[in-house]
Ligand binder design. Structure first.
Ligand code: ADP
Ligand code: MG
Length: 389
């Protein structure tokens, strides 16, 4: 049934930015030093990776140590559940008709997929989100009815594929005046339980393009977006109102340096495309950060598919959470400070949030019932017009 967008009040929201540091891997423990110092739950320091300093550096007290502050900082011992506890109120906005975007940002091997997808013992933000959404729906004691559906896509080499289709063709992005950017032909499956989404997520993940690189045994070569839509139908006196919330959970492919990953041929080309999308994302974050400080700036969303898909999450109607993932190893110092630089700029980004409210077109009988009700009001009771002022 067609829905009509009703006017809704807008609220400005600031991007919620958190940093998560993973533990050293067994390989790294043998050759690397731990240079991340989590000062408290909001502050982090990246220590100087050079132990042996030149004479001039020493006497002039020069150091490469850097400090940053964020909404939350998670030390290597923290689990995905610890991260989720702080974002769960935001994520649950989807049940109230709000759009929410959660994405992990960081270099290859820094822990993005671990944070978003997770493992059996430490389920990721995708799994924790849809479990709590279904719990919330179960707990709801209003007479509202809910309909949950999900889609899962990947952007690989600047081409969009449907991860819920066995052999998906290339999908196109379209701009819809009412719904914003949409992926034409993307499969959206109705789901009735968290287990069903988990099953779809596992099927989708098995179709995702991954490769082993020197930096990571199963490096994601594509950006993946899991979207969960919750339609909430509220029965009112004069017809039905529909709230439509959308949760986008994004696992980005990592930025990488060709020299570190030892890639060549197709893998090297993939890397170039991954970096192109991430560079476009970094440029958008930069421009949006500047926009809020210095006024209007051009935001190059159209430079990649990824940024067009994330457009709403970065500046439109969405409450957005960015989890910057970092490695504690000293040889990752440049990647780490680069990630934190963009995360720091992202703190300036503002989005404009409003509930997606629509009304279901009323049938003729509904109008007849409404007219009858009004007639009863007029003839049965004397309406006191002054009470409306
Ligand atoms: P990315 O997706 O950023 O390329 P991954 O999530 O694949 O990186 O993580 C790289 C490696 O680090 C994997 O072997 C993963 O199991 C491990 N890892 C990441 N985060 C954690 C964590 N919090 N605890 C334990 N191991 C982790
Ligand atoms: Mg990954």
């Amino acid at each position: 049934m067609p829905t009509i967008r009703a006017p809704a009040s807008r609220q400005t929201a600031t991007l919620q930015v958190a940093v998560k540091c993973r533990p050293l891997t067994d390989n790294e423990r043998r050759r690397s030093r731990h240079i991340i110092q989590v000062i408290d739950d909001k502050n982090v320091a990246v220590l100087d990776p050079d132990i042996s300093k030149g004479y001039l550096d020493l006497i002039q007290n020069r150091t490469k140590e850097k400090r940053y502050s964020f909404d939350h900082v998670y030390a290597p011992g923290c689990s995905n559940t610890d991260v989720y506890k702080n974002i769960s109120p935001t994520v649950l906005g989807v049940v109230q008709g709000l759009n929410v975007t959660v994405f992990a940002y960081g270099s290859t091997g820094s822990g993005k997929t671990y944070t978003m997808v997770g493992s059996r013992n430490d389920p990721g933000l995708m799994v924790l989100s849809f479990r709590t959404i279904f719990d919330q729906i179960k707990k709801d004691d209003s007479s509202d009815t809910f309909e949950v559906s999900c889609s899962y896509l990947e952007v690989y080499n600047e081409v969009i594929y449907d991860l819920l289709e066995k052999s998906s063709g290339h999908l196109e992005l379209r701009e819809d005046p009412e719904h914003g950017i949409i992926v034409a032909g993307l499969r959206r499956i109705k789901v009735h339980s968290a287990d069903k989404i988990l099953e779809l997520l596992n099927i989708g993940n098995s179709r995702r393009k991954t490769e082993s690189t020197e930096a990571n045994a199963t490096s994601s070569r594509s950006h993946a977006v899991l979207e969960i839509t919750v339609r909430r139908k509220q029965k009112g006196k004069y017809g039905s109102q529909v709230l439509r919330g959308k949760l986008a959970l994004v696992d980005l492919a990592g930025s990488e340096r060709a020299t570190e990953t030892n890639n060549f041929g197709q893998k090297l080309r993939d890397g170039a495309n991954i970096n192109r999308s991430l560079l476009a994302l970094a440029n958008c974050i930069n421009a949006l950060g500047k926009q809020n400080k210095k006024g209007l700036a051009y935001v190059p969303y159209r430079n990649s598919k990824l940024t067009r898909i994330l457009k709403d999450g970065l500046s439109g109607n969405s409450r957005t959470v960015m989890i910057a993932t970092i490695s504690p190893a000293d040889d990752q110092y440049h990647h780490t400070t680069n990630t934190l630089k963009y995360a720091d700029r992202a703190k300036e980004i503002k989005t404009h949030v409003h509930k997606n409210i629509g009304t279901i077109d009323n049938h003729v009988e509904d109008y007849q019932r409404m007219i009858e009700n009004l007639q009863v009001c007029l003839t049965g009771k004397r309406v006191n017009f002054y009470s409306f002022t």
